[in-house]
Design a binder for this molecule. Structure first.
Ligand SMILES: [Zn+2]
Length: 258
């Protein structure tokens, strides 16, 4: 029996409002032992904590997604800082930089990203980092943090960068998490990058309800589907699905102290 951890799912999303208990049962049946439910706003941070209090297989990650900062009110950041101390919280995020959806001005995204990195260090909770079409800026901010404070505890979630990006992130202490995109037909370059990563630095995730892996592509994604991404990654790394599950679970437990 394999045991996997889905390190990134948005279970407070309204798409799960009607059937979350059944979704969690299917995850358990598929071998998913633990799921991190990742917040995007202050309200979502409270919702993720409430879910983690209710369901023992969930832990919460709290923060403001770069695309949602633009809607945040004056108290949002204070709420995140307060939420970081909750016993169900194991990480800070998701935070990061996004030039694809430029709804939050980039300078403000960057300011909040730095704040999240600081909170991550202060609360000893790893950072869950989103990077979309902003690799150069991402490396600049991470390197500045690394140069001043040392290795960064965190994960590049739904990693889609190239080999150089992967190496630079790993050198600063970060883990790389692969999502359903790894299984897509047009993702040969990403698979080639994934195939070169050391087994002790990779994680798997779904990013539910988004970006379902093949053969569920186009439908609502859910944590049970992490098995398809894990199987793909196992094949790329030349290990059995059992070995991949074992090591990615150890990696997630080590990073998030879960
Ligand atoms: Zn996400």
């Amino acid at each position: 029996m394999i045991e996997l951890i889905d390190t990134h799912a948005h279970l407070d999303d309204e798409q799960f409002a009607a059937d979350l208990p059944v979704v969690l049962q299917r995850a358990s049946a598929a071998g998913v032992a633990k799921i991190l439910t990742i917040a995007t706003t202050a309200a979502s941070s409270s919702a993720c904590i409430a879910l983690a209090e209710r369901h023992v297989m969930l832990s919460a990650v709290v923060g403001l997604h770069p695309n949602s900062i633009v809607e945040a009110d004056a108290t949002a950041w204070d709420n995140i800082v307060a939420a970081a101390g909750h016993p169900c919280v194991v990480g800070i995020g998701e935070t990061g930089l996004d030039r694809h959806w430029n709804n939050t001005p980039f300078a403000i995204q960057e300011e909040y990203f730095v704040r999240h990195l600081e909170l991550s260090r202060r609360s000893a909770c790893p950072a869950v980092i989103h990077c979309r079409e902003a690799e150069a800026d991402m490396l600049r901010v991470l390197r500045d943090d690394y140069d001043r404070f040392g290795p960064i505890s965190g994960v590049m979630h739904s990693f889609v960068g190239d080999t150089n990006m992967a190496e630079a992130c790993r050198a600063m202490g970060l883990y790389l998490s692969f999502a359903g995109m790894l299984t897509y037909k047009n993702a040969a370059a990403l698979r080639a990058t994934a195939a070169q990563q050391p087994l002790d630095r990779v994680l798997v995730e779904t990013d539910s309800p988004y970006l379902a892996p093949v053969p569920h592509r186009g439908k609502r994604n859910e944590p049970a589907h992490v098995v398809h991404t894990a199987a793909c990654l196992a094949e790329l790394l030349g290990v059995s699905p059992e070995r991949l599950a074992e090591q990615t679970t150890i990696n997630a437990q080590r990073l998030f102290e879960i």
